[in-house]
Ligand binder design. Sequence first.
Ligand code: NAP
Length: 262
Amino acid sequence: MDLGIRGRKALVCGASKGLGRACAEALLREGVHVTLVARGQAALDEALAAMQAIALAGGGSVQGVACDITTPDGRAQALAACPEPDIVVNNAGGPPPGNFRKFGLDDWRQAVENNMLTPIALIQATIDGMVARGFGRIVNITSATVKAPMRSLDLSSGARAGLTGFIASVARESVASNVTVNNLLPGPFETDRLRSTLAAGALAQGQSVEARMEEGRRAIPAGRFGDPPEFGALCAFVCSAHAGYITGQNILIDGGAYPGVF
Ligand code: NAP
């Protein structure tokens, strides 16, 4: 299926690893011109080198900006490299796990900055241009914990709830101009973040990391963790020309882990 986005420009944040990287690769396969954002230069260079062949095969291009997207300066650098994007994938590292009692107000402010205010700032900076051009796709990588908060992910659930409420309104305002805004809610996907989160839990309970990973896999109806390309493919479809009637949604991708009907 041709997703109809060949030649579009995408800004993909948090894109040197994990889910953001998978989104960037899926968009490149569709012939999109992709700008990757991540802080660490070494991982960014590795990702850029690996993606050149995908870009060449898809007919798009890839470039990278090493900056912190959660700062005004970082966002200015990203938008200078990719002015007037047609597609924005909002993503940055999730907040650290832990019970809310161990976090001070500065930790909460940082979580809100990273997982709520940064996506809002990028939406503010890009959505009116998309509306004027008659096409736009904004995807926020949030978390399955938005629908089913987990005790150890208090910072994440709290901060992302604010973004989710904001999106529900803005997504309805822009859709008549073919600009959609949606949240993708990953369950456990096998990325660096998942491994480090599970390793911390294993350490705390005197368990081996592999035993903890196996326990995690068994808890999911699919019997496995998600594979990042599966997430990238969903992102590319939501960014496609065919998805103009999907907006304001919180789309779970979790191997059946969420037990509810809605
Ligand atoms: P990951 O494997 O740790 O990758 C995070 C990527 O974001 C890296 O490229 C990282 O590069 C970049 N990044 C982090 N902070 C950044 C910043 N301030 N500015 C620019 N780039 C930044 O994480 P992931 O597993 O893909 O997770 C992505 C998001 O999904 C997170 O919000 C996470 O909480 C959420 N999530 C993940 C899972 C899962 O199972 N993996 C489940 C639910 C929710 P640098 O560090 O070099 O900047």
